[in-house]
Design a protein around this ligand. Sequence first.
Ligand SMILES: Nc1nc2c([nH]c(=O)n2[C@H]2C[C@H](O)[C@@H](COP(=O)(O)OP(=O)(O)OP(=O)(O)O)O2)c(=O)[nH]1
Length: 137
Amino acid sequence: MNPSPSQRTPVAVAVGLMVRADGAFLMASRPEGKPYAGYWEFPGGKLEVGESLRDALAREFEEELGVRVREAQFWRSLRVDYPHALVDLQFCRITAWDGEPQGREGQQLSWQTLPVTLSPVLPGALPVLGWLAQEGG
Ligand SMILES: Nc1nc2c([nH]c(=O)n2[C@H]2C[C@H](O)[C@@H](COP(=O)(O)OP(=O)(O)OP(=O)(O)O)O2)c(=O)[nH]1
């Protein structure tokens, strides 16, 4: 049996919202072999031991998308209790980068505006769409 949430150590996750000048933001499908494969999310991944949020974001974007992050600002955090993990999602807005994103891990990519046309969206990515709507996209 899984321990209750209070007994589990949260896993920190760096997540990036790449927002283009025209307001479109990038979403990615979760690759096969991961929990919630095929669900849409924002690119990112777990922090490694001793790694800062900014470093993790830069590493994940390089590995997953081949993009070099130039400007990123912390935006909001969200704790989600999944059966597979308790995660602390640290969302950052990425406003400047080098390179054109490519799905390097077999994931699909899609530039979206509100309302998004993708389904299903990962539970831990859904609230972000509400936050974006509150901010006027
Ligand atoms: N990247 C990302 N992860 C999210 C979002 N929302 C959300 O709940 N998560 C969760 C799903 C996973 O439990 C966790 C991210 O872990 P992951 O397994 O995808 O990360 P990783 O790339 O470091 O994976 P790995 O090296 O362990 O294979 O955060 C989101 O919008 N983006």
